[in-house]
Design a protein around this ligand. Structure first.
Ligand SMILES: [Zn+2]
Ligand SMILES: [Zn+2]
Length: 389
């Protein structure tokens, strides 16, 4: 399992409640769950929202067997962070072992997380009893002020400003530092400071970006969440290298998130909007952060050849236009071979020549870059695009 990189996968990125409407399809509707595999092979899960079920479905395939032990960090007990637990199939497998970390809630008392498990699966809320979970589970309560070691990784937990409390986690691996700070609102001086301590110099800083700066200042003040703008401010102040906007509002459509992301990108160099299936790899020190978005969200494609003209923005922010042949095209998206390397999550315009009754016609499509891979021909990039219109 050991490798030199740290691999972080986003299984759920939506805040508050899952969304299934088509307008949120591209970024995804599952609630918070991330999976991190450190270079020493230690595996971590961050939060147990509905994304956890998807992770469970891909657990321990023959191609990539999983170690039996996993460390699960639960930031707090709001529904969206625990909802996936009863649906995580590895919990029903005897040989597995899970070490949970969370905190003692003053509303629940001793063994808060164990109580959450039992209550979630109590009659009449769930058909199967808690005892059906045969995996070994251990529970450790944190008090928001500690630093400890898991494998070769240093973990720091700190309190964040959120109703009934929430923990932020900093995971320092040999390939870089990931900070997970979901569900927090700016405005409490002591907790603002603890967020900054947690995020200091992080390679990946994942921050709550549920609301727009205007909502945060007005109608949503006191709800316990943050904005892209606040994430940018903190990232700048503490020299975080890459900011990931997280915990998207259930009412934020894909288009709204495109807008939020482009605003953030005007103010900070390296920003991603967390998207379901997104994988971020941290390599050796000094190497650029690599992010991949899933291609599996597009349906089957058929082989064809279309002449096309593609306009977009490069990673460096330069506008480019390039002629190419598209061989891989579907209604929802395409894989396009380009000499230019467009920016992940940037907008792309694709004008395709299609044969029609009156000769060749132009079809004009707009989409977003969701995947970048080395192209089949040397010097090209295979660019995965999802069309929005
Ligand atoms: Zn939440
Ligand atoms: Zn919450």
């Amino acid at each position: 399992m050991s490798s030199l990189s740290t691999k972080l996968t986003f299984w759920g990125v939506r805040g508050s409640t899952p969304t299934v409407d088509p307008a949120t399809w591209r970024f995804g509707g599952n609630t918070p769950c991330l999976d991190l595999v450190a270079p020493d092979g230690t595996q971590f899960i961050l939060d147990c929202g509905t994304g956890l079920r998807m992770l469970g479905n891909r657990w321990g395939t023959e191609d990539s067997p999983r170690p039996t032990k996993t460390h699960i960090f639960v930031t707090h007990y709001h529904w969206d962070h625990i909802q996936g637990l009863p649906f995580f199939s590895p919990l029903y497998v005897e040989k597995n072992e899970f070490q949970f970390y969370s905190f003692r809630s003053k509303f629940l008392g001793r063994d808060s997380l164990r109580q959450v498990f039992e209550t979630q699966m109590a009659i009449p809320y769930f058909p199967v009893d808690f005892s059906a979970m045969s995996a070994r589970r251990k529970f450790r309560e944190l008090d928001g002020a500690e630093t400890f070691q898991v494998g070769q990784n240093k973990i720091t937990a700190r309190w964040l400003n959120h109703p009934q409390g929430c923990l932020g986690f900093r995971i320092e691996t040999s390939a870089g530092t990931v900070v997970y700070a979901t569900d927090n609102e700016p405005g409490d001086p002591a907790l603002d400071k603890s967020l900054r301590e947690l995020a200091a110099g992080a390679d990946i800083f994942i921050n709550d970006a549920q609301f727009t700066p205007t909502q945060l200042a007005t109608t949503r003040k006191g709800w316990g969440h943050s904005s892209w703008k606040e994430g940018v401010n903190v990232a700048r102040e503490v020299n975080a290298k890459t900011l990931v906007l997280f915990h998207h509002d259930p009412d934020s459509t894909d288009r709204a998130l495109d807008g939020i992301l482009s605003q953030a990108r005007e103010e900070f160099d390296s920003v991603f909007a967390a998207s379901e299936g997104m994988v971020i790899t941290l390599g050796a020190p000094g190497q650029a952060v690599q992010a991949h978005l899933p291609g599996s969200r597009t349906a089957m494609r058929r082989d064809a050849k279309f002449r096309a003209c593609v306009t977009g923005l490069t990673i460096g922010g330069q506008r480019f236009t390039e002629e190419t042949i598209i061989r891989d095209l579907a209604l929802q998206g395409a894989s396009i071979s380009l000499k230019h390397s467009p920016r992940l999550q940037s907008e792309l315009e694709v004008v395709i020549d299609t044969p029609g009754v009156n000769g060749v016609q132009e079809m004009r499509l707009r989409g977003y870059v969701v995947r970048l891979e080395a192209g089949q021909e040397k010097g090209t990039t295979a660019v995965g695009v999802v069309f929005t219109d």
